[in-house]
Design a protein around this ligand. Structure first.
Ligand SMILES: [Zn+2]
Ligand SMILES: [Zn+2]
Length: 276
């Protein structure tokens, strides 16, 4: 199957180090047909984190690398935007930049702190319930407010609560909210991401897990992207075999990538043979 990785961070993200050019070198070596650079845009920290400048540099770097790697690699501009429910006007302004694809995320708690930094002893059952309700509600609100193409890593808090801190969570309790998210995405022709970054870590699963991809299909969803969420070069294109299997099991015959904000399909077949 042709591999187009729709979620990759470059050194223009605060938590990643590789230049776009280095990512391209690695992508060619790993046999990818292309990828989308989706550097972070945290709206709650937009000014202090210099995200306007970071986005400009990301778009510039992609344009430059696309010329160097022309004919060998398809390279797209993107962004991973978080905090839309806090700053919808700014989100619309950012969405006006020349992106091929906009990923929609919720990374932060109500007070703007990243869930990444929450310590184990904070996660009481009540706090887990409060946070997950906040997370899913904020994501739904962000979908209603902002311009975007794809819902990124649905069930993201599980990477930390269950993956890092080993606290099991019954996500079925939130099925009303997750169904509302998947239904809205399906109805509006938006995409859902299979984020493979958890497969090789302690979570050992995709975000969202396979049942949510099946449910998205049941609700009429058509577009599913695959993203490694790479912050380092060696994970580019990781987990595509597992993602392909999840898609096939859910009844999808293709997966999606975006060019100029329009979905394009890559066919999948049983033996992983490419049909474009
Ligand atoms: Zn993210
Ligand atoms: Zn990311």
């Amino acid at each position: 199957m042709r591999i187009f990785d729709s979620h990759v961070h470059s050194s223009n993200s605060p938590d990643a180090e590789s230049s776009v050019m280095l990512l391209c070198e690695q992508a060619v070596a790993a046999g990818l047909s292309g990828f989308c650079v989706t550097d972070h845009c945290e709206l709650e920290e937009y000014e202090s984190g210099q995200f306007a400048e970071r986005i400009s540099q990301s778009i510039f770097d992609v344009g430059k690398a696309a010329k160097v790697f022309q004919g060998r690699l398809t390279l797209h501009t993107g962004v991973e935007i978080s905090g839309v429910h806090h700053r919808p006007e700014l989100a619309r302004q950012v969405a006006g930049r020349p992106f091929d694809m906009i990923l929609l995320s919720v990374h932060n708690d109500e007070d703007g702190t990243d869930i990444f930094y929450h310590p184990f002893d904070r996660w009481t059952p009540q706090e887990i319930d409060r946070y997950l309700t906040y997370y899913f509600t904020s994501l739904l609100r962000s979908m209603q407010l902002g311009e975007f193409d794809v819902v990124a890593h649905l069930t993201y808090p599980i990477r930390y609560i269950t993956g890092r801190h080993k606290i099991p969570v019954d996500l079925g309790r939130y099925s009303d909210l997750t169904d509302a998210i998947l239904r809205l995405a399906a109805q509006e022709g938006k995409g859902l991401e299979i984020n493979t970054s958890g497969l090789s870590g302690p979570l050992a699963d995709t975000m969202p897990p396979a049942p949510y991809i099946r449910r998205f299909r049941e609700l009429g969803g058509e577009f599913v992207t695959i993203g490694s969420d790479s912050h380092q070069i060696h994970t580019l294109g990781a987990g595509f075999d597992q993602a392909r299997q999840i898609l096939a099991d859910a009844g999808f015959g293709s997966y999606t990538f975006y060019r100029e904000r329009h979905p394009l399909l890559i066919q999948i077949e049983e033996k992983g043979v490419v049909n474009v």
